[in-house]
Design a protein around this ligand. Structure first.
Ligand SMILES: [Zn+2]
Length: 114
């Protein structure tokens, strides 16, 4: 059996070649039981360190292969020049009603009030 190639966990740019120009990967934590649920990292190495250090992930992210598959399943591409937005499919734990994140219509809301 051949082992799947796992890129170095300290290499932040490992998959950047596949991104649209000007975009970068963001790595969100999507484990609802994790205290950092909903937080996103822009550095792959920091995200992978989180998976290794945070107790909530220890049972599912013990091996580099497991961490690699979480990384690929959760990451999303983002444009660093736009305001930070939540990863797709997030639900705020504190405010479950506010599951739809406003991406760009904040100004319209303000105008509608006046
Ligand atoms: Zn986490």
């Amino acid at each position: 059996m051949t082992e799947t190639l796992i890129p170095s966990e300290i290499d932040d740019e490992v998959d950047d070649a596949g991104l649209p120009s000007g975009h970068m990967w963001a790595y969100p934590c999507k484990l609802p039981s994790c205290p950092d649920y909903g937080k996103s990292w822009q550095l792959r190495s920091n995200f992978l360190a989180h998976l290794q250090e945070q107790e909530a992930h220890i049972s599912t992210a013990t091996t580099p292969t497991a961490r690699r598959s979480l990384e690929l399943a959760w990451r999303y591409s983002t444009d660093p020049h736009l305001p930070t937005r939540a990863a797709p499919g997030f639900r705020s734990r504190e405010d479950p009603d506010e599951q739809v994140w406003v991406y760009s219509f904040r100004d319209d809301k303000l105008l509608a009030k006046s």
